[in-house]
Design a protein around this ligand. Structure first.
Ligand code: ZN
Length: 103
């Protein structure tokens, strides 16, 4: 199992989920039942995972065609101040609001 997409916007995650199901790719949802809560912690955001890692590249391409590439291409980053993991599309640390380190 491999995560392909995660976002706090459940609509977007749902869109990706439907597209992958339509393409016949077996998926597993994470944190789907938490979607109604406004959780500021990225670890609890709804996420779409492929059940089989071999489908990862294909799933990623489908998702890339649906959402802005910036959201998918940027890897998670670790905050230099508090060492929390942040999703690639966050410019500030969700935990301590430090700016993202430039590498
Ligand atoms: Zn931080």
């Amino acid at each position: 199992m491999k995560e392909v997409f995660r976002d706090r916007d459940y609509t977007l995650v749902g869109l990706c989920k439907s597209a992958l199901i339509e393409a016949g790719i077996p998926i597993v949802m994470r944190n789907e039942n938490l979607s109604s809560l406004e959780v500021p912690i990225p670890a609890f955001h709804p996420a779409v995972c492929v059940a089989n890692n071999k489908d990862y590249e294909r799933a990623r391409e489908i998702i890339l065609s649906l959402v802005a590439p910036a959201k998918v291409n940027t890897p998670d980053w670790q905050c230099e101040s508090c060492e929390e993991e942040n999703p690639g599309n966050f410019e500030l640390c969700y935990s301590c609001q430090s700016t993202r380190p430039t590498k």
